[in-house]
Structure formats: structure tokens, C-alpha cells
Design a protein around this ligand. Sequence first.
Ligand SMILES: *[C@@H]1O[C@H](CO)[C@@H](O)[C@H](O)[C@H]1NC(C)=O
Ligand SMILES: *[C@@H]1O[C@H](CO)[C@@H](O)[C@H](O)[C@H]1NC(C)=O
Ligand SMILES: *[C@@H]1O[C@H](CO)[C@@H](O)[C@H](O)[C@H]1NC(C)=O
Ligand SMILES: *[C@@H]1O[C@H](CO)[C@@H](O)[C@H](O)[C@H]1NC(C)=O
Ligand SMILES: *[C@@H]1O[C@H](CO)[C@@H](O)[C@H](O)[C@H]1NC(C)=O
Ligand SMILES: *[C@@H]1O[C@H](CO)[C@@H](O)[C@H](O)[C@H]1NC(C)=O
Length: 470
Amino acid sequence: MAPLTTLLYALSITSALGSSVSESSKPFSQEFRDNYSVLKHYGGNGPYSERRSYGIDRDPPASCAVDQVIMIKRHGERYPSPSLGAGIEKTLSKLDPKTKYQGDLAFFNDWSYYVPNKCLYNAETSSGPYAGLLDGYTHGTEYRARYGHLWDGDAIVPMWSSGYGRVIETARKFGEGFFGYNYSTNAALNIISESESMGANSLTPVCYANRDSATCDGLSNTMPQFKVAAERLNAQNPGLDLNATDVYYLMSMASFELNARASSKWIDVFTQDEWVSFGYVHDLNYYYCAGPGDKSMSAVGSVYANASLTLLNEGPQKTNPLFFNFAHDTNITPILAALGLLTPEEDLPLDRIPFGNPYSTGDIVPQGGHFTIERLSCDKTAISDAGSYVRLVLNEAVVPFHQCTSGPGYSCPLEEYTTIVKGRLPDFVGQCKVPHKDPKSLNFWWKYNSTTELNYRNGSVPCQEAEAQR
Ligand SMILES: *[C@@H]1O[C@H](CO)[C@@H](O)[C@H](O)[C@H]1NC(C)=O
Ligand SMILES: *[C@@H]1O[C@H](CO)[C@@H](O)[C@H](O)[C@H]1NC(C)=O
Ligand SMILES: *[C@@H]1O[C@H](CO)[C@@H](O)[C@H](O)[C@H]1NC(C)=O
Ligand SMILES: *[C@@H]1O[C@H](CO)[C@@H](O)[C@H](O)[C@H]1NC(C)=O
Ligand SMILES: *[C@@H]1O[C@H](CO)[C@@H](O)[C@H](O)[C@H]1NC(C)=O
Ligand SMILES: *[C@@H]1O[C@H](CO)[C@@H](O)[C@H](O)[C@H]1NC(C)=O
């Protein structure tokens, strides 16, 4: 046994070393690696990541408390759609499992496709660290910690999902996470059909009457850099005949692989610059097909923007404090367009990447992406009056609302928010020619079921399930 003095001596050495280490180590890393992560460059295909924004604190300042939350979440991580799956399979068929591949593809002979059964196309994933079902559940637990004060532990709380298989399953997992042991009795899942005949009473409204889709229809899924990638892989493997379209499908396959597996060797097959190009293919797609580049999308998004404005002005006492909604990526981007959030000053160019582009899909609608509107109830401060304020949070990062940032935590006074939103909302019903017989406004937030019968699926998931009501 060491004498006590030796022991004390040893301890003092350790603590001296400890403090000298902490004095030379940096409390703030100086490494940003140019902010690069592949998670930001596969469009909406792959695992969720939080938005990179402006550093505003996610928590409201001490003078405020959130008193109402209106969220819309895209479904969690999923397998490719059947149509993308068909393209991936066609490209994979150009690779022969019996050939010994070289270079970047050397791993191929030990690799297998992560979609073991075509029935899984369209479905939420359930394996690996980025599993879609896990995303829904985890998000629910995180929001319980953040917004649990808005549930009294007793009330039955409605939630709303559009009627699409994977969206409904995301809503259910989120509910299990948020309500924990009380999910079966205290959540009331409402499923809102995706049918066009729902008109404005929908989480998935459409504007077939007045699309501005010429640019969208002409978009290509390839970029010049994809030709370089194809040339590289073909040169490493004589006989291989990949082209730019194949590279698009292989990169798509790589980005979806992480939704089901802990790693993807395919990601390293392509260079960082090629991923930057791949991301931009998706930015163009969202911008021109479901965002501000299609002039009808603002009208589509105005349905949710307007109805949520009504909720914010009614406040939590009149209706409810919690509004959790579930739909798709292309239902969130029109809402952002209606609010004028992240709209670039000029249309996105088709012939080059406009670096610094605010319309970067990886920060807008990754899988599991969500847009959260918070109503804050604030005390008077040195710079602001007591009252109600609004903050917009996209993928857990605060996005200031235009120039309206005078409130605590750079929030916008509710009154000013209301004036700005009202002033910019187009007329969905007129512009999109909603048929006379179809609903003209969103009313399911006020007229909802308080029954729990849809909280669980009754039966198995059908092959490649898309629209669903249960
Ligand atoms: C990180 O990315 C965000 C969003 O693209 C950008 O605003 C910010 O300036 C970047 N920061 C660094 C250190 O590169
Ligand atoms: C919620 O769950 C807990 C734990 O099972 C239970 O004690 C409590 O009574 C439940 N609350 C309601 C309103 O059912
Ligand atoms: C409300 O409940 C009724 C009766 O069970 C059901 O037919 C209907 O589909 C439910 N509506 C929604 C929006 O979930
Ligand atoms: C690549 O090859 C496929 C056939 O495997 C073809 O359908 C596609 O059009 C080609 N793409 C390009 C850019 O040539
Ligand atoms: C806005 O919402 C309110 C209630 O939610 C509704 O009565 C009104 O018709 C809506 N206006 C438009 C232009 O959709
Ligand atoms: C489940 O579905 C079956 C057949 O579709 C039906 O007979 C049964 O009543 C349903 N069970 C519940 C709990 O809804």
C-alpha cells in the first residue's frame, strides 16, 4: 500500500497536469472544415440534420415562455420510392456481381442492396441509427421535454396526419414519444385524406388549375460533374459503361442507404464536389417544382399560413396549445414560400451553382424535416413590451421573419407578424380554382375527432403502401 504522502503527491501531480492541459486546449474549436457534411448535399433523400442558421438561441429568452406550438413535420427517413427504386435497379444491373471491381468500387462484391424486398419501397425505415421510425419517436420525446408544459397530463390532444402510409406511421411514433405511457389514451390521431377533393381543408392542398411548372418539367437530373464521376469509375474498371444518369441513381442510392444502415461505402465513391452538385439538382427541383420558383406554390402554402395565423391570434385558451401535423416535404416548401422565408432574390440559375444560395434543401427538408411556429408570451423587457410574439423554427434553428426581429430572441410581435402575413397571402381558392363543391378553408384544427381509434394501425403494411386511411 502506498503511504498517504505518496498518494497525495500523485494526486497533486494529476491535478497540476489536468489544469495545464485545459489551459492549452481550446474552449472553442477553430475547425469548421468549411461546414461540409454530406448530410447537407443529398437534397431531401437522406437522414435528418438540424438546420445551419444564424446562431440565435433555440430556447426563448428568460422573459418569455412558449404558449402555443404549430408544427408540420415531414415523414421520417424512408426507403426510395418505387420509381426511384426502378432507376436504381436499372443502374445496378450494369454492375455484374461476378466481376471483381477495382478502385472506388472495390467494395462492390461484398456489398448488397439495402432494400431486401421491393415491398419496402415507399416505407419508413426501421433499422440503423437513422431509422425513420426512430426519428419520429425521438422527436416526440424531445418535444415532450421542450413543450411538455403545454399538456396538463389529462386532456385528450388531437394530432393530424395526411393520409399516406409513412406519414401516418411517423405521426404515431411521434405521438408515442411525446405522450409516452399516455399515448393510447390521450392522443387522438386524425387522418386527413390527401384527396384533391379536400380542397383547402387539407395538409396536402394542390393547385392543378394554375401550375407554373414549365421550368420544373424541363429540369435534368444530371450535372456536368456526374460525367467526370462516370468517366473515373469506367476508367478504373474496363468494360464498365456508366453514364451521368447512372451516377445520379448511384448517388441517390447512396444517400438513401444511410436511412437503413449505419454506414454507406457508396458515399465515398463520389467526391465532395460531386455531392455539392448532387445537392443542387435537388435545390432546383424543390425550388421550381414545390417552392417559390413555381408561382402557384405560394397560394398552396397560404392555406396553412393563413389558418395558423388564425390559431396564433386566437391563442391557446380559445383552441389548443399543441398542433402537431404530419405531411410531406413538398407540403412544407409551399408554406415557406407563402411566408416568404428563404426565397432567393433571383430565380435559381440552371447553368451554374449560385454559391451562398439560401434555398439549400439539406437545411430545409431533409427526411424528418419540420417547421415549427412558436407563440411566445413575454414579459416587458428593456427593449420590448409585454405581449405575444412569434418565432419560426426550421429544423430546430430559429429563422428570423423578414425584418421583424424587434422582440425578445429576435422574435416578431404577433400584431406585426399578422399584418405582414395578411399582406402577402394570395387567394388559394381563386388562384387554384378550387371546385365549388370542395372545402374552401382549413377547418380540421377546429373540428376534429377526440377518439383514439386511429392511434394504432389495424393490420399489416401493404406492399409499397402510398395513400392510406388507417
Ligand atoms: C455554415 O453554413 C451556414 C449555412 O450555409 C453559413 O451561414 C455559415 O456561414 C457557415 N459557417 C461556416 C463557419 O462556414
Ligand atoms: C398517464 O400514464 C401514467 C403512467 O402509466 C398514469 O399514471 C396516468 O394515470 C396516465 N394519465 C392519464 C390521463 O391517463
Ligand atoms: C373521425 O372519426 C370518424 C368515426 O370514427 C371517422 O370515420 C373519420 O375518418 C375520423 N376523421 C378523421 C379526420 O380522422
Ligand atoms: C445512360 O444510360 C441509360 C441506359 O442504361 C440511358 O437510359 C440514359 O439515357 C443514359 N444517360 C445519358 C445521360 O446518356
Ligand atoms: C383564413 O382562415 C380563416 C380561418 O382559419 C378562414 O375563415 C378564411 O377563409 C381563410 N382565408 C383564406 C383567404 O383562406
Ligand atoms: C381491424 O380490421 C378488421 C378487418 O378489417 C375488423 O374486423 C376489426 O374490427 C378491426 N379492429 C379494430 C380494433 O378496429
